[in-house]
Design a protein around this ligand. Structure first.
Ligand code: VGL
Ligand code: ZN
Length: 207
């Protein structure tokens, strides 16, 4: 049973570059749009995130001569997967998918906007210390239960879910409203991390 005063739907990175034809396309990424739009009508609070990188971002393989996309490197804050150039701020790839209904959105959190640091989670940048402000926003608004959907299950959605649970929010992953990249077992690892953090999974049809 949803409670309009304390529940928030957080839709992660439903952007062109993560959808079919995009620079970092997630298989069936656009399949999350219909369930998210339907859920948007059931929640009174809707927050979305937008991956928003400057050109030449340090998470791009192209910023590391000789390195391939999807390989690993070490940055100042630790391990970082290198990605194809994606979600460059102001480009069509960084725009929300045109079918995503944004009318009810009360907050857009942009992340990864600093050149030297990536940000998977909606709550902390990849140094795992720098807050985005979302936790403070939700707490000030009295929102206690966080329902997550979007792209990609095993990166930005999972990092957001684990952080939400660690911050004390009751946290749910809406499984049919997410799609994964699944790189070298990343989906299994993400599922395990979410389960250990106490994240529960639900189907959008149950809400
Ligand atoms: C994401 C990789 C790089 C995501 C964002 O939204 O899951 N993944 N940037
Ligand atoms: Zn990114």
């Amino acid at each position: 049973m949803l409670n309009p005063d304390r529940d928030v739907l957080v839709a992660i990175d439903v952007q062109n570059d993560f959808c079919p034809g995009g620079a970092l396309a997630v298989t069936d990424g656009d399949a999350v749009i219909a369930p998210i739009n339907a859920l948007g009508e059931k929640f009174s609070h809707l927050v979305v995130t937008q991956d928003w990188h400057p050109a030449g971002h340090l998470s791009f393989a192209s910023s590391h001569p000789g390195k391939e996309p999807f390989s690993q490197t070490e940055l100042a804050y630790g391990a970082q997967t290198l990605w194809p150039d994606h979600c460059v701020r102001g480009t069509d790839g960084a725009a929300f998918h045109k079918d995503l209904v944004l009318d009810g959105v009360e907050l857009v959190i942009r992340k990864g906007f600093r050149g030297e640091i990536d940000s998977y989670s909606a709550f902390f940048e990849n140094d795992r210390k720098t807050p985005t402000g979302l936790a403070g926003y939700l707490k000030e608004r009295g929102l206690q239960r966080v329902f997550l959907a979007g792209l990609a299950t095993d990166f930005c959605v999972a990092f957001s879910a684990v952080d939400a649970a660690a911050l004390g929010f009751e946290t749910f992953l809406i499984e049919d409203a997410c799609r994964a990249i699944d790189l070298d077992g990343s989906l299994d690892a993400a599922r395990k991390a979410m389960a250990e953090a106490g994240v529960r999974t639900v189907s959008s049809h149950a809400l």
